[in-house]
Design a protein around this ligand. Structure first.
Ligand code: ADP
Length: 199
């Protein structure tokens, strides 16, 4: 099976693109979904995060307090790396486990932080979705009910466009409307089916 990683910055359109491939019958594995499952109460990763960051990152009923953890790791890159070192190997192992259960010519693995965490040796190609910065900011503000300053802070913490482009084999420009997006996805879908046949 051909394994395509889908990446891009916040608000670029990764989820929208993944949904469009899913409608074409392509299996999707989403590392954000896996990350959320890994920090559910009772999971070893949550215990490890609490041991490292202290119980202030837990709510009264033992859930992960995402806001509290985000505040800590945003303020301190070293602590952000510590969190990644707890989560990333587990996410990668879970992706591998799920890949074993899939069938079809190709699949997509959504890896928002591919440029930040790297280290997915089983990925065959990288598909990068891009939109210009102002478009990403506007879409993210509308989707997450965040201020411009909050979105700017998230953007600043992520890799640059050039860092992402260095990894990319294929590119989607999602700066325009959804019709333009669907056309690009049709072209890539055909390309991946062809590549999968010769893979
Ligand atoms: P990401 O997963 O990369 O953060 P999303 O796919 O959630 O980005 O897209 C961010 C927001 O922008 C969502 O609300 C989505 O519906 C919207 N969106 C994505 N692509 C387009 C587009 N081409 N035109 C208009 N809105 C879009």
């Amino acid at each position: 099976m051909l394994i395509v990683a889908l990446t891009g910055g916040i608000g670029s359109g990764k989820s929208t693109v993944a949904d469009a491939f899913a409608r074409r019958g392509v299996p999707i594995i989403d590392t954000d979904v896996i990350a959320r499952e890994l920090v559910a109460p009772g999971q070893p990763a949550l215990a490890q995060i609490a041991a490292h960051f202290g119980d202030s990152i837990l709510t009264a009923d033992g859930q992960l307090d995402r806001g509290a953890l985000r505040a800590i790791v945003f303020a301190d890159p070293a602590r952000r790396r510590a969190l990644e070192q707890i989560l990333h190997p587990r996410i990668r192992d879970e992706v591998r486990r799920r890949l074993d259960g899939l069938q079809g010519p190709y699949c997509l693995v959504v890896i928002p932080l591919l440029a930040e965490t790297g280290d997915y040796p089983f990925v065959d190609r990288v598909l990068l979705v891009e939109a210009d910065e102002e478009t990403r900011v506007r879409r993210t503000m509308a989707r997450d009910q965040l201020s411009r300053e909050q979105v700017a802070q998230i953007l600043a913490s992520q890799s640059s466009r050039d860092q992402r482009r260095a990894l990319a084999d294929d590119l989607i420009d999602n700066s325009r409307d959804l019709e333009q997006l669907e056309q690009q996805i049709d072209t890539l879908h055909e390309k991946y089916l062809t590549l999968a046949g010769t893979h």
